[in-house]
Design a protein around this ligand. Sequence first.
Ligand SMILES: Cc1cc2nc3c(=O)[nH]c(=O)nc-3n(C[C@H](O)[C@H](O)[C@H](O)COP(=O)(O)OP(=O)(O)OC[C@H]3O[C@@H](n4cnc5c(N)ncnc54)[C@H](O)[C@@H]3O)c2cc1C
Length: 267
Amino acid sequence: MGSFSYSFFRLKNTIFFRIFMILFLSSITHRMNLCSNLPLADPSLPNLGSSYVLSSLKTIHLDGHFNFDNIYHAANDFGNRHHYLPSAILHPKSVSDISSTIKHIFEMGPATELTIAARGHGHSVQGQAQAHRGVVVNMESLQAPKTIVHTGKMPYADVSGGELWINILHESLKHGLAPKSWTDYLHLTVGGTLSNAGISGQAFRHGPQINNVYQLEVVTGKGDIITCSETQNADLFYGVLGGLGQFGIITRARISLEPAPKMVKCF
Ligand SMILES: Cc1cc2nc3c(=O)[nH]c(=O)nc-3n(C[C@H](O)[C@H](O)[C@H](O)COP(=O)(O)OP(=O)(O)OC[C@H]3O[C@@H](n4cnc5c(N)ncnc54)[C@H](O)[C@@H]3O)c2cc1C
């Protein structure tokens, strides 16, 4: 009886401890957010006034447009736990829309406290693609130029950072080719998964998706449009790959392809 009640209490303590740790850890993740798009109010900076900052955005010449009203969906993601409302959403139609917007905000200086976040398909779970009172760049608006497949000995595809992997698969299959490395779920954007890693069954053979990129076009935090690869601006290349959107916005990527298998085994 004694040993029964001892093990019973030990079991209860263990369960209590586990529940406590789950609650404790989930409260930490609630407060700690690894993305730097969250409010960072600095009292030493002069307040430029949000209406002034926002109306200045309207002066930027764009191929696409800003949305200041229909912004609520950009405060949601797949995790549905973090909801940071932006002040505006940029729907870029060109890379220069993204560059001009970032340049404009950068030149206004840190006093604006305006942050920018690229949003792919919004499948993050911790608000990583959100920008509290900032600007969310809706990368799915940037789907031009379309995916271009290059055949040959080392085939590759040039794709938009806002393109979904499912569309790249369909396009490359027309040439009997397919990307080497995948995610299991294909309704994710190129920029979204290359900012993380992009992992699936083929990662054991080819590495994650970030190992299968030849070149990137990136808009930096100053608004410069830079091409980078293993041999050209390599620091930027390796910073952006797996960089959680903190080193620049991927606007185009050169993805390595291989002959598409006739059949696959999925389990
Ligand atoms: C149902 C589901 C299935 C999943 N399956 C897999 C899987 O099989 N394998 C796997 O590896 N992962 C998987 N994931 C995780 C997924 O890869 C990541 O959450 C990914 O970031 C989501 O891509 P997204 O296009 O929705 O990006 P978002 O959630 O919109 O953005 C993710 C991050 O990338 C940044 N970002 C977005 N676009 C750009 C860009 N163009 N340039 C720079 N930064 C950018 C954002 O600011 C943010 O920090 C899955 C997630 C879900 C919800």
